[in-house]
Structure formats: C-alpha cells, structure tokens
Design a binder for this molecule. Structure first.
Ligand code: ZN
Ligand code: ZN
Length: 257
C-alpha cells in the first residue's frame, strides 16, 4: 500500500517542476521580445511614424525618431526629403526660414491608456506636449516663457512645422500634411501627453471648429469614428491657442529624450 502512494507523490512533484519550467520559459520569451502581454488598442496603430508602440496596461509607450515623412526646407540639402521653399505659410505670412535643421531625435512618450479628467489641469510645458500620427511632436502656443508664438509663425515651412535649436521638428498649428495627404481635416491627428486624442480643424460633418466651440483646454466631448462611445478630445483651430488652451484636460504622462 505504501509504495504506490510514493510513486503518486513523485509523479505529482515532477509535474509541478515541469509546470514551473514552462512558466519561466514564457516569461523569458516576453522579455526577449521587449513587448508586453497587453494588446495595443487599434487607435494607437494610426501613429504610423512611431518606431514602436507598446502597452503595459497603464501607459502606451510610443518611441519616435521625430523625423517628418514629408518634404521640408529644414532637412539638410543632402536628404531626399529636402525641398527649397519660398512663398507664404500659416496665416498668409511670407515664409522666413529659421537657422535650424531637422535632426533625428530619440523620444520616448508615455501616455495614459485610460485618460481621465484631472481638475488640476497642469500647464503644458515648453517643448513636446504630444505626438502626431507621423511621429512628429506637438508644441504649445508659446515660443518661450510668456512669449507669444506670433514671431515664430513666419518660420513654419510648407507643412506648418519647423525645428527648434536642437533640431527637433514640431507642429504648433494644424499639420497640413496630415490633414490633406495622410488623413482628413476631421481625422485623428495624434495625442497629447494626457492621452486625450487630437483632431483636425473640422468635425466629421464638415463643421469648421472655432475657439468658441472649445472649453478652456481647447477641447470638448462627443463621439468620434475612433471612439464610438464618445471621448474628450482637442481640436486644432486656426486661431491662437491653435491646439491647447490653459493646460492639460487630464494627467500628462511623460516624454524622455
Ligand atoms: Zn516652434
Ligand atoms: Zn469635436
């Protein structure tokens, strides 16, 4: 009677050991892929310019080289996307090139996967405040501390972006390559760091969005094609503050460069 019990025990123990082995194999495979076990919601796959997009269940992590996929007079002349530009830019101003050139960046942007209202409404920082579909970052409505953007607008290129001193290309206003070539005037343009989406200057029914339709943070809530249950979202408008007003609607994630 005793012998069979021992055999059963040994068999059970062996089976437990083998379970542990297979569990650790699964874990190590995930680490090797440096990916997560949580699927990335489809809406984020619209960020076609990202080098990687992952989801840890709390944050979506977007990595980008921040290189526009359209022509720009700010690319070095040796770059295939360099194109000389003269003419007018946003607001009808005559284009006046700034001294900077586009340089590859290594930005890691973490945004909440479930964005939520935060009544503290943290002010947007100078520098990147979000990311667009082509992987280029968004900046706010200021050129510097308490400096209006007005003096910088003349240096927006054909597609209304420009690089700052360290070569980081960015959009303060409607990214017209996205609204006219890659998407539409009412399409998703990207996300701010608080995880709330950014839309173009029109609603899906063609209505031009004006500042008077926006709250203090330059957004409002309704259904969109990407969010059939409705979501708070920002819009680009043609008037200052263009993208964001008096701070984030939600709690911003982080950007590291
Ligand atoms: Zn700028
Ligand atoms: Zn809207």
């Amino acid at each position: 009677m005793k012998t069979p019990k021992t055999i059963v025990f040994l068999a059970l123990a062996t089976s437990l050991i083998s379970c542990n082995k297979s569990d650790s194999t699964i874990t190590s495979t995930n680490n090797n892929n440096s990916s997560t076990t949580v699927a990335v919601p489809a809406v984020y796959s619209k960020i076609y310019g990202a080098t990687s997009i992952t989801n840890d269940g709390t944050y979506i992590t977007i990595k980008t080289k921040n290189l526009p996929d359209h022509k720009s007079t700010y690319y070095p002349t040796s770059n295939a996307l360099y194109e000389a530009y003269t003419g007018t830019t946003f607001g009808g101003y005559t284009f006046n090139k700034n001294p900077n050139s586009i340089l590859e960046q290594a930005a890691t942007i973490k945004i909440p996967v479930n964005p939520k209202l935060n009544t503290a409404h943290a002010a947007t920082p100078l520098g990147p405040i979000g990311v667009s579909l082509n992987g280029v970052v968004f900046f706010n409505q200021y050129a510097g501390p308490n400096q209006p953007l007005s003096g910088e607008i003349v240096s927006f290129d054909k597609y209304y972006g420009h690089p700052q001193q360290s070569g980081m290309y960015h959009y303060h206003v409607e990214p017209i390559y996205l609204t006219t070539v890659k998407s539409t005037k009412s399409g998703l343009m990207g996300f701010l760091l608080d995880g709330f989406p950014v839309y173009g200057p029109q609603e899906e029914d063609g209505t031009l969005v004006t500042n008077s339709m926006m709250d203090d943070y330059h957004g409002h809530t309704h259904k969109t094609v990407d969010y059939p249950n409705g979501i708070y979202h920002y819009h680009f408008t043609n008037e200052s503050p263009y993208l964001n007003g008096s701070g984030f609607y939600g709690t911003p994630g982080t950007i590291t460069q």
